[in-house]
Design a protein around this ligand. Structure first.
Ligand SMILES: NC(=O)NCCC(=O)O
Ligand SMILES: [Zn+2]
Ligand SMILES: [Zn+2]
Length: 464
């Protein structure tokens, strides 16, 4: 099956140029001026539009069992929503229960993901430590295409990794040629601040950000960076939400450390005033960790993205409906943490970033796909429009507009943190593995069409 995208401007991370893009099967086979297409090829007219690599969201949680419930989006609805927004690949998380075999959890998640409509791959969380964990990390890297391990420094009494686990797992990751990643928040401090607030009778969603101030995040970011520095490992910090954490990354990079930072679309756009809303459903709908911050932090995050100290944008897509959030009506610590966004990330970042003069189109490609592909070692299969790459392409209409709403979204959960925002710059067509899966508002996602993407290890430092 041949498909040709005609007359657009191809935007890659390094340059933008006028070209047609020819796809055969699931691959791009040619990018060039006035290409010939085989008879019968499907033609997509991209005149006046940009042709960019499909988005990679390096941080999602589909079908996640979390805080006593399971996310509203499963791998089908979540990846389908991503395709509607121009995101063709997600990196989700296998999160074993403490004491659970990593391999058992990995196969559980692979089973859930079999219904995905778009491509997917997994980080695996290290939630406890034993000789078996050490062993299974090796099996995951060698036999299952896992090259990143996640450590939650928060969520005490659940999935939090203590310092021993961090140190042993970072060291093991280095041996295996995998990259350690962290959710940086000091879980003990969060826990104690939560207890203090509840003891004072402060039980509503407005207490959530009070229990997780920037210093709580910065302490953990600095600690993870120090551990990575001593062990000489690279480090990727997920959902950097505040200036203090960004400053820690900036300092480490200036000192020559290989530290990467991820910003969430939500943290870039939404501020902490949402927690003051007296409507419980509205405020609880925004409860995620780290919480939304003040505008000064948003400004810093945009500067970090532009200046190269933050590298990727993600969503942490983790949807819960109002009934699920209501579990914390009388106790904010029981509100399931998480918000959506996989459908809107590309559009809100384009609208605020490119239309706002903060990012060029090529910088947009860097932070929405190319950098994630490079950091997690799937480049140039993903993250670039060039011959040989996967035919994952988004045709981007810079003049198209859409008003974001939970009423019209494909994602589940019945809530959208970007509700009511009109964005200019939207996907007109999304092509995944060479097939048109979204075209002018119509979603043609196919359950089970997504493929698991193996990510090879980086060059190991030692061969054990
Ligand atoms: N972010 C959040 O609140 N929920 C998902 C789990 C995590 O990434 O911490
Ligand atoms: Zn997290
Ligand atoms: Zn997350």
């Amino acid at each position: 099956m041949s498909l040709i995208i005609r007359g657009g401007t191809v935007v890659n991370a390094d340059r933008a140029f006028r070209a047609d893009v020819l796809c055969e099967g699931d691959r791009i086979v040619a990018v060039g001026d006035k290409l010939d297409a085989p008879a019968g090829a499907q033609v997509i007219d991209a005149a006046g539009q940009y042709v960019m690599p499909g988005g990679i969201d390096p941080h999602t949680h589909m079908n996640l069992p979390f805080m006593g419930t399971v996310t509203a989006d499963d791998f089908y609805t979540g990846t389908a929503a991503g395709l509607a927004g121009g995101t063709t690949t997600i990196i989700d998380f296998v999160i074993p229960n403490p004491q659970q075999s990593l391999l058992e959890a990995y196969h559980q998640w692979r089973g859930w993901a079999a219904k995905a409509a778009g491509d997917y791959t997994f980080h695996v969380a290290i939630t406890w430590w034993s000789d078996r964990v050490h062993e299974e990390m090796g099996v995951l890297v060698r036999d299952h295409g896992v090259n990143s391990f996640k450590h939650f420094m928060a969520y005490k009494n659940a999935i939090m990794a203590d310092d021993e686990t961090l140190v042993k797992s970072f060291r093991r990751s280095l041996e295996l040629g995998a990259i350690p990643t962290v959710h940086a928040e000091n879980g003990e401090l969060v826990y104690q601040l939560q207890r203090d607030l509840l003891a004072k009778g402060i039980t509503g969603p407005a207490a959530h950000p009070l229990s997780r101030p920037p210093a709580v995040e910065a302490e953990a970011a600095n600690r993870a960076i120090a551990i990575a520095s001593v062990l000489e490992t690279p480090l990727y910090i997920v959902h950097v939400s505040c200036k203090e954490s960004l400053d820690a990354i900036t300092r480490a990079r200036a000192a020559g450390q290989r530290v990467y930072g991820e910003a969430l679309a939500g943290h870039l756009i939404i501020d902490d005033s949402v927690y003051q809303n007296p409507d419980f459903d509205f405020a609880a709908g925004h409860v995620m960790s780290p919480p939304f911050r003040g505008k000064e932090h948003q400004r810093a995050l945009w500067q970090g993205l532009r200046g190269g100290n933050l590298h990727t944008t993600a969503t942490d897509h983790c949807t819960f409906c109002a009934e699920q959030k209501a579990a914390g009506r009388d106790d904010f610590t029981k509100i399931p943490n998480g918000c959506g966004g996989v459908e809107d990330r590309m559009a809100v970042i384009w609208d605020e970033g490119v239309n706002g003069g903060l990012l060029t189109p090529s910088e947009f490609v860097k932070v929405t796909s190319a950098n994630a592909a490079q950091i997690f070692n799937i480049y140039p299969r993903k993250g670039v429009v060039q011959a040989g790459a996967d035919a994952d392409v988004v045709v981007w209409d810079p003049a198209g507009t859409r008003t974001i709403s939970a009423k019209t979204q494909f994602a589940r959960g019945g809530f959208n943190v970007f509700e009511g925002r009109t964005v200019k710059g939207i996907p007109s067509t999304t092509i995944a593995a060479g097939k048109v899966v979204f075209h002018h508002g119509e979603l043609m996602a196919v359950e089970g069409a997504g493929r698991h993407v193996e990510r090879p290890a980086f060059q190991p430092v030692s061969a054990s």
